[in-house]
Design a protein around this ligand. Sequence first.
Ligand code: ZN
Length: 165
Amino acid sequence: MNHNIETQNKKKADLNYIKWMKSILRRSEEVGKLELPITAIILDKKGRCIGRGSNKRETKNDPLGHAELIALRQAAWLKNDWRFNECSIIVNLEPCTMCAAALIQARMGQVIYGADDNKRGGFGGTIDLSKHKSAHHKMNVIRGILDDECEKKIKIWFKKLRNQK
Ligand SMILES: [Zn+2]
């Protein structure tokens, strides 16, 4: 019985993440005109969006202008708290090592992402910081939400960039 409820809740949660990922991918189309098309959103424990960020590295000449960090700042401002144990972040690409470390510092409860990043990823793509001894809290990491679609969009973007050069 309990197991059934758990399975049902998990299914509901997965569908919800897919819905958010679709909205992230739509938003990334717009972002992709100027930046690497990455968007991140942060949900509170009730599943409400409390932060959103897209890459701003080029437009602001900011090496820290990653989608996840921008979303974190906005959500922390709204929450009036830097702790995110009850929250989830959803992003279309595996967070880089800088963002993964920031999410650990923020004690993010859950990290959900689409495509793996085998060049810069901080949750297993290169190193898994969520399992590193510097991570002092329990973090739930869910990979591969709409991963094919996420990966395809980023590949197309890089291909376009190469063609422009
Ligand atoms: Zn990053």
